[in-house]
Ligand binder design. Structure first.
Ligand code: ASP
Length: 316
């Protein structure tokens, strides 16, 4: 089978000054995954290697450099899906883990459960030797912007996403917090097929900027933020998690590929469906059952890079 890998660095608004570095980082991540595949490694190993690289890069909202929640803490979500067995490992709202995708891998490989959250996920991470102090994940730029947000001096962000509805009957400070704009992230993800013909998908994020503590978006939810099945291919999504979850975007896309849609058709059709049904903004990368790549977004940009025996490339 012809191996291939495709990675993304998040659908949203990317400051023009950050674009060249993000494109280069996406290419480096695709290369890292490609080297695994070329040596005969598994699709799971390839997407984990690619995502780890992006988690370590403060340019992205995943691992080190993640957006902070309203308490000023990094709280992480990640998922890794095995298209051969349909098993997955996922973690959500976990603190103090440098590479949550590797924690998700441990859940997949060594845990009878598929999804661990919060303190339980952290205890599992500690047992695996994967914890770091929470502050070690806070990048200086991200912290400065969080402080500016608190002081009300942050530069205004393009309001690409709809706003949370004002909840009735909540105390004023809580209602105020819930009213804030749900800002997009620089979530990361990868999909791959290996020489044995097995698919894998991975997604990792610090979630939406300024999110409510304990908030979990689509990323670690199977069929929302990621999906893989050797019968249809693999998908990794990014964008406004609340809206992505409403349509189970990754599964929606995967199902259409199981029914014969090509990657090139399935990706834009899925984004159109999300927009029609929820008004949401998102992006996704896919490999179809034949290993062909596709991607689509209805946001300002989404760094993408791919490698296969047919060549390599990138897009925004
Ligand atoms: N989907 C992620 C979330 O809602 C954010 C993103 O992809 O930018 O947590």
């Amino acid at each position: 089978m012809v191996p291939s890998i495709l990675v993304h660095g998040g659908a949203g608004h990317h400051a023009p000054s950050s674009v060249p570095a993000k494109r280069a980082a996406a290419r480096a991540a695709a290369d890292a995954g490609w080297h695994v595949l070329q040596r005969g490694g598994s699709a799971l190993d390839a997407v984990e290697a690619a995502v780890r690289l992006l988690e370590d890069d403060p340019l992205f909202d995943a691992g080190y450099g993640s957006y902070l929640n309203r308490d000023g803490e990094v709280e992480l979500d990640a998922i890794l899906v095995d298209g051969e067995t349909l098993r997955f490992g996922a973690v959500a709202a976990v603190h103090g883990v440098k590479n949550p995708i590797t924690l998700a891998r441990r859940v997949l490989d060594a845990c009878p459960h598929h999804l661990l959250v919060g303190d339980g996920a952290r205890r599992f991470a500690r047992a695996c030797g994967l914890t770091v102090p929470g502050l070690a994940l806070v990048a200086p730029d991200v912290h400065a912007r969080w402080l500016a947000d608190r002081a009300g001096t942050a530069a205004s962000e393009p309001d690409a996403y709809d706003r949370f509805r004002t909840p009735d009957g909540l105390p004023g400070d809580v209602a105020g917090a819930m009213r804030g704009p749900a800002l997009p992230g620089d979530t990361v993800g990868a999909v791959a097929r290996d020489t044995a013909g097995h698919f894998a998908a991975a997604t990792s994020t610090g979630g939406m900027r300024d999110k409510w503590p304990g908030r979990v978006g689509d990323s670690p939810i199977i069929g929302s933020g990621a999906w893989a099945d050797d019968r249809g291919g693999a998908v990794s999504c990014t964008g406004h998690g609340e809206l992505i979850m409403r349509v189970c975007l990754a599964h929606h896309t995967g199902l259409s590929m199981c029914q014969g849609a090509t990657a090139e058709d399935a990706a834009p059709a899925a984004v159109r469906y999300l927009a029609d049904r929820t008004g949401g903004q998102a992006g996704l990368i896919v490999l179809d059952a034949t290993g062909r790549p596709g991607w689509a977004r209805n946001t300002h940009a989404m760094p993408v890079a791919w490698r296969s025996s047919d060549g390599a490339g990138d897009d925004l």
